[in-house]
Design a protein around this ligand. Structure first.
Ligand SMILES: *Cc1c(COP(=O)(O)O)cnc(C)c1O
Length: 231
């Protein structure tokens, strides 16, 4: 695949158009939905081609993959959308714009410690497992208030919102319930007063369900498969 891959451009245009339409249908501004192009399926040159095509927010689920690609593709907003082990915090922090997957106290504490060390503000989302799917990472809804309290004490961290993945099974109706649950959680805790917490962002929706997510208020959609189809 070369930088000027026409299929990739077509896929990107089509995804952008669908995001635009879903936002307008929901009475929202398309500008309020950020597309994060998920590059976990491809090698660095292909990821670079996506960025060259105009998608400057890229997402990786594995820290090592993010390190490699971030090194090779500068001027990109890198999003870590998958699980982060504490022993990978140090190498990851300087490279990322947003970590979507914070779901426990110990990780929060490691991030704060490292952020202080390198004197950098770190933006994070808290990942909530609203589907109750035991194979997924993420906090339970019951654990969220406590993690928010802990986060309020971490002055170098900025909690910008919540992230979730819909249940794999159950189709659009279940996905919609999951996304709506995340939005309600956000609304419930959004007036929690702390200078380093504002729950504006909702990272939810992937190739199979992003339109539903946008209807429920997603501000970031993480899309991989649709972009790479046929490339
Ligand atoms: C892989 C992945 C995506 C993208 O999924 P597609 O169905 O390929 O669009 C989004 N979010 C997370 C957390 C992922 O791991």
């Amino acid at each position: 695949m070369s930088e000027g891959n026409p299929i990739l451009h077509q896929n990107l245009d089509r995804v952008r158009e669908r995001i635009h339409n879903a936002a307008e249908t929901a009475g929202r501004s398309p500008a309020d939905v950020t597309l994060i192009g998920v590059t976990k399926y491809v090698k660095p040159p292909q990821a670079a081609a996506l960025k060259m095509a105009g998608c400057v927010d890229l997402g990786e689920s594995r820290p090592q993959q993010l390190w490699t690609k971030a090194e090779q593709i500068p001027d990109t907003n890198w999003h870590l959308i998958g699980h982060l082990q504490r022993n990978k915090v140090r190498q990851t922090l300087p490279l990322v714009t947003l970590i979507h997957s914070v779901d426990n106290h110990r990780l929060l504490a490691s991030l704060e410690r490292e952020a202080l060390e390198i004197d950098q503000r770190v933006d994070v989302l808290l990942e909530v497992n609203v589907s109750g799917d035991t194979s997924k990472h993420g906090l339970t809804e019951d654990e969220l208030p406590r993690l928010l309290e802990k986060a309020a004490e971490c002055s170098r961290l900025h909690v910008r919102g919540l992230m979730t993945m819909a249940a794999r099974e159950g189709g659009p109706a279940v996905a919609q319930r999951n996304f709506s649950a995340l939005r309600m959680l956000r609304d419930q805790f959004s007036d929690q007063v702390s200078p380093n917490i504002d729950l504006k962002e909702l990272s939810m929706g992937m190739s199979g369900d992003f339109e539903t997510a946008i209807a429920e208020g997603a501000t970031m959609v993480r899309i991989g498969s649709l972009l790479w189809e046929g490339c």
